[in-house]
Design a protein around this ligand. Structure first.
Ligand code: MCN
Length: 771
């Protein structure tokens, strides 16, 4: 087969992953079994904030087929530290870490207090219900602004103001000067609603302990197997070399499965303590109560402008909810969030101040977009509000301030260096597609059906990539190829796209290439899949290895053909001497030779490993446009058109890229219109199940129309940028801008997400009817 005829970069082979998913043959961690398998269930805190007076385990332990009931005292008596590593060194305060089972205090509803291991999941759940916990309830705070008020309940004694860490970016004085000189200033207060990630597959782990070798094997739902190995090593006090993390198929993650939690760590600890395999599968409610949530920002932002609409300055102050414990690096806001505050615009002065605040809610961590949706929402709402106050078209204001294509590389006042971009082209394409001009003309009058139509756009810039990844390309003696990568696809389709990249670089048929991820003993090292980094970092890692393998194969062929290496060409799957096509060798013959069967001077093996490192970020960008119709009598919002034009550089697989955009937009629309994780004043999660937390159904979503522009990134040889999060970043401001546009005849200036029917209806009722 001529590889050039097969799928390669830029083509659309169907996702290899889908056959198993569509036929139901795919298996997940919860499907795994083991001899003598026991099951783990947790006793979780009923309260948002309480001291634990007593945990009574005897009744549960006496139940049939209950193998053990553990509390913190048992963990403390073992050789495991039992505490999740936090980003403590990055915090302003030296707070205690998250114990895998509560020590003497619980700081959020759902925090694990005790663990029960029994013969079946049902027996474990029954036994967990038989554990009696006596609490002394403490005052609760759930809102990040309220938590900084004088007299607010204190989550950690050592942090009286509840502020885990504060930070600033940009030049305060220059920004204040820009505001002092400005012709106009515009301010907005907005909330970025708290969300709960909803992967189809809840978290799960099956841990086995091999006592003779003192080795742990933890099969788990992970986006970052090597990262989890390292976290487990710290929490369990077991060297990394003694832990094997295997992540089989993972049914979605959205950031949620990149973090380290008590569930998986306790399963591994129990397996060691009991010397038998132990499985834990989270219920949906456990995932809701005690998995990391996302977003939850309160922001005050101000824009300074000239009278001609040139933006002169931006000031932003944000309180972000960290939850009961600062997991990982999530609390450190200025970098992931503040760095994006210049958006697509030339803004001479920006200052951003952030406060990451402890509250009695589940830990908040990265959820698809992780800081970027929050930043883009601030900028894109502010620009729309400014346009309305200046009485100019929101698109005209964007055009006035957008960076031109010759501005790159562009250094923003908040420390980002944008690599490449052509923002205007993506904007114009989206506007043409959505029919922007004709829709604007209809803006102020209701349609015949009484609905008000609005159109909104959001222009975004998104940081993608960074860090290191390993990529191995191993050619087998028969010419087949296995690729190993340190990333871990959990829906993104790396088995397809990495094979396309390697097929293009190596020139072997796509069907001869297999991709392996998700096993710390088969893959040398890895960082994982998050931050839309896999293609740019992992893809370049496997591409480098493929190039090195191709070069070596050519040397071996030259040896065998007794020709100069520069005279050897590789075409149609064969090496041949230039000008002498009958002096040729197949790729498989060269592969066989590489393993010693007829090897000449060249060292044996056809197997290369690259530790690829990316120090510069690639900035994906685009424009999304939404057309909505709002019924002012019911508050119901329907999205009539949704157009997404994204630029992630060359697309390895355009269909996969579009799929990524579709999924992200669906989640972004969900944030804009329906999803909201809510706690009451006691710290009880009100939206603790799919029944209460309004994940949209397919009928609630519009048809998503995708377009693209292609601006390669100079940061990497493939020229690619990431695309996995673009939809969740652009959709919320596009939809909210469109709804506010539709409601402008009613004098509605801003509405906080989610724009559900009740809040839209109330907003319309609260203002005077249009004249
Ligand atoms: N791609 C491409 N050409 C490009 C860029 C990407 O063909 N120029 C392809 C990639 O090769 C890959 C997919 O698009 O198959 C996404 O690639 P990339 O943007 O590199 O993102 P990652 O693979 O690192 O995925 C992470 C990203 C994040 S951060 C979240 S959260 C997320 C997401 O991807 N969670 C997902 N997409 C998801 N999709 C599914 N189905 N499930 C999730 O949990």
């Amino acid at each position: 087969m001529n590889p050039a005829d097969g799928p390669s970069v830029g083509s659309d082979p169907p996702r290899r992953e889908d056959r198993g998913l569509l036929t139901g043959a795919a298996t997940f961690t919860a499907d795994s079994d083991a001899p003598r398998l026991a099951h783990l269930a947790f006793v979780r805190s009923r309260y948002g904030h309480a001291r634990i007076k007593r945990v009574e385990t005897a009744a549960a332990a006496r139940l049939d087929e209950v193998h053990a009931v553990f509390t913190w005292a048992d963990v403390a008596a073992s050789d495991a530290p039992g505490v999740l590593p936090l980003a403590s060194e990055q915090l302003d305060a030296d707070v205690p870490g998250h114990p895998v089972l509560a020590r003497d205090r619980v700081r959020y509803q759902g925090q694990p207090v005790a663990a029960v291991v029994a013969e079946t999941p049902a027996l474990a759940a029954d036994a967990a219900a038989a554990v009696a916990v006596e609490y002394d309830r403490l005052d609760v705070v759930v809102d990040p602004v309220d938590a900084t008020a004088d007299g607010a309940p204190t989550v950690f004694e050592g942090v009286p103001d509840n502020v885990a860490v504060s930070g600033t970016l940009g030049d305060r004085e220059a920004t204040d000067r820009a505001f002092a000189r400005a012709d106009r200033t515009v301010a907005i207060d907005l909330e970025n609603n708290r969300l709960i990630p909803n992967a189809m597959e809840p978290r799960a782990a099956l841990a086995s302990y091999e006592a003779a070798e003192d080795r742990l094997r933890v099969e788990m739902t992970s986006q970052s197997p090597h990262g989890h190995r390292s976290d487990l090593s710290t929490t369990l006090g077991v060297p990394e070399r003694k832990i094997r993390v295997v992540a089989p198929r993972v049914g979605g993650g959205f950031g949620h499965k990149g973090h380290h939690y008590p569930g998986e760590a306790v399963a591994a600890w129990c397996a060691r303590e009991l010397d038998r395999p132990v499985k834990w599968t989270a219920t949906r409610s456990e995932n809701y109560a005690a998995g990391a949530h996302g977003r939850d920002h309160r922001t005050h932002a101000e824009l300074a402008l000239d009278e001609n609409g040139s933006i002169r300055g931006l000031r932003v102050e944000t309180h972000a909810n960290v939850g009961g414990y600062g997991l990982g690096s999530a609390p450190v806001l200025p970098t992931g969030y503040g760095r994006l505050l210049s958006g697509q615009y030339r803004i001479p002065a920006i200052h951003c101040r952030t406060h990451s605040v402890f509250t009695n809610t589940a830990p908040v961590h990265s959820y698809r977009g992780a800081g970027r949706p929050e930043a883009v929402y601030v900028v894109e709402r502010l620009v729309d509000v400014a346009a309305r106050e200046l009485d100019v078209d929101p698109v005209a204001l964007r055009r006035e301030n957008q960076l031109p294509p010759d501005a790159f590389p562009y250094e923003t006042p908040v420390g980002a260096t944008y690599d490449s971009g052509d923002y205007g082209t993506a904007l114009e394409e989206a506007l043409t597609e959505v029919g922007y001009d004709e829709r604007r003309e209809r803006e102020t009058k209701p349609r015949a059906d009484g609905r008000y139509v609005g159109v909104g756009v959001a222009c975004y810039v998104e940081s993608t990539g960074l860090g290191f990844e390993s990529g191995v390309v191993r050619v087998h003696p028969d010419g087949g190829v296995t690729v190993y990568a340190g990333t871990h696809s959990h829906g993104q389709g790396h088995r397809t796209t990495y094979a396309q990249i390697v097929a293009a670089e190596l020139g072997v048929p796509y069907d001869d290439i297999e991709v392996v991820e998700g096993d710390t003993e088969r893959v040398p090292a890895g960082t994982g899949t998050f931050g839309s980094r896999s293609t740019i970092v992992g893809g370049n890692a496997v591409a480098e290895s493929a190039r090195a393998v191709a070069a070596k194969a050519r040397r071996i062929a030259a040896d065998r053909l007794e020709a100069d290496v520069d005279d050897v060409a590789f075409e149609d799957g064969e090496f041949h001497v230039a000008g002498a096509p009958d002096r040729n060798l197949s790729f498989a013959t060269v592969a066989e030779a590489a393993y010693g069967r007829g090897l000449g001077e060249t060292e044996p093996g056809l197997d290369e490993t690259t530790f690829y490192r990316l120090d510069e970020t690639a900035y994906t960008f685009g424009t999304h446009a939404a057309v909505v119709a709002v019924d002012p009598t019911t508050g119901e919002v329907s999205i009539e058109r949704y157009v997404a034009v994204d630029d992630c550089g060359p697309r390895v697989n355009p269909t996969i890229v579009e799929g990524q955009v579709h999924g992200g937009v669906a989640q972004g629309i969900a944030q804009a219109l329906s999803e909201h994780a809510l706690y009451d004043e006691n710290g009880s999660l009100l939206t603790g199940s799919l029944q209460d937390y309004a994940v949209p159904k397919a009928v609630d979503l519009p048809s998503i129309e995708t377009g693209s522009t292609v601006t390669p990134s100079p940061t990497n040889r493939l020229g690619v940028k990431g695309i996995g999060e673009a939809g969740t970043i652009a959709a919320p401001p596009a939809v909210v801008n469109a709804v506010c546009d539709a409601l402008s005849p009613f004098g509605v200036r801003h509405l906080d997400m989610p724009l559900d029917a009740e809040s839209v209806w109330r907003a319309v009722e609260d203002v005077s009817p249009p004249t």
